[in-house]
Design a protein around this ligand. Structure first.
Ligand SMILES: NC(=O)c1ccc[n+]([C@@H]2O[C@H](COP(=O)([O-])OP(=O)(O)OC[C@H]3O[C@@H](n4cnc5c(N)ncnc54)[C@H](OP(=O)(O)O)[C@@H]3O)[C@@H](O)[C@H]2O)c1
Length: 275
């Protein structure tokens, strides 16, 4: 039986991926911050052959990420796929319980903790892969090296782009730090996909839903390429794709020295919250 954990699996692309594996009889755990959406997800998938579970957790909190890792251990002996999709467009800067910028946590720190923290389970999987859904292949902007939590300059667009560039470096330092592992790291930019945008404030949510209904792909179409790669994996451990096409790992956004630099900055940041 395949084992899959989807961080952000109650709606959108994550939900589509969770349902795909439940249809194939997998044991799938989805994480989301809203218990009602978790219950609705479990109701919707109750008739599928797989075994579904929902873990309610706010992944903007580092302690909650660590709890999710423990919950995953109690439910899975091994993991074949870890899917990272939890993200919220924060229109105003939001500070988390740990004092960090919330978008930086969801886009990077949470995904760091889950990737590194679940490596032992992944290494026991049959064809282990981490699928990190973000903005792979976008070359605009840069990591805000001297303002990682956007305390000095915050705007939804500027900060999301900077956090996306930090997310780009996660697969690179993960593989630098696990040179002998079997787990593959898959960075993805999906096509524009019609997902609910539940966390957007009104009237932005209504506007975003109208635009998406007119122009975006369905979640099934939006997740198609990601699932095709996950189910028929190439040999290389670093897999980078944008809107269905391969992305050049030699792009400056994947610079190995920058990846090492970001890892060196992140490790003490995570340690500071453990104490
Ligand atoms: N949709 C697109 O067109 C598009 C395009 C490019 C990139 N992407 C990227 O693809 C990924 C998935 O996007 P999507 O559109 O499928 O998103 P979505 O439908 O909004 O789903 C987000 C998921 O994350 C969960 N989540 C949000 N905040 C959370 C928190 N604090 N703690 C735990 N879970 C949380 C949500 O559950 P709750 O609501 O219950 O918290 C939901 O399950 C994101 O990284 C996004 O940036 C999407």
């Amino acid at each position: 039986m395949r084992n899959v954990l989807v961080a952000g699996g109650t709606t959108g692309l994550g939900r589509e991926i969770a349902v795909h594996y439940l249809r194939r009889g997998a044991r799938v755990t989805v994480v989301g911050s809203t218990p009602e959406r978790g219950r609705a997800f479990l109701d919707d998938v109750a008739a599928l052959p797989g075994e579904a579970a929902f873990v309610a957790a706010d992944l903007t909190s580092l302690a909650e990420n660590r709890r999710v890792i423990e919950e995953a251990r109690s439910r899975h002996q091994a993991l074949d796929a870890l899917v990272l999709t939890a993200m919220v467009p924060f229109v105003k800067r939001k500070v988390t319980v740990d004092g960090f910028e919330a978008g930086f946590v969801l886009y990077y720190l949470s995904r760091f903790l889950l990737s590194y923290g679940l490596t032992d389970l992944l290494e026991r999987g049959a064809t282990p892969i981490i699928a990190n859904i973000g903005a792979t292949g976008i070359t605009k902007g840069a990591v805000a090296w001297d303002d990682l939590h956007s305390a000095r300059k915050y705007s939804l667009v500027h900060t999301t782009i900077a956090n996306g560039r930090a997310n780009d470096l996660l697969p690179i330092h993960y593989l630098q730090n696990h040179p002998d592992g079997r787990t593959k790291y898959f960075g993805i930019q999906p096509p524009y996909t019609n997902t609910p945008g539940n966390h957007l404030p009104q009237p932005l949510r209504a506007l975003s839903r109208l635009t998406a209904a007119a122009f975006a792909k369905s979640p099934a179409d939006g997740a198609r390429d990601t699932l095709a790669v996950m189910d028929d994996q190439p040999a290389e451990r670093l897999i980078l794709r944008a809107v269905g096409k391969p992305v050049d790992p030699g792009l400056p956004t994947f610079d190995p020295a920058n990846a090492r630099r970001l890892y060196e900055l992140t490790a003490p940041m995570l340690e500071s919250v453990r104490r």
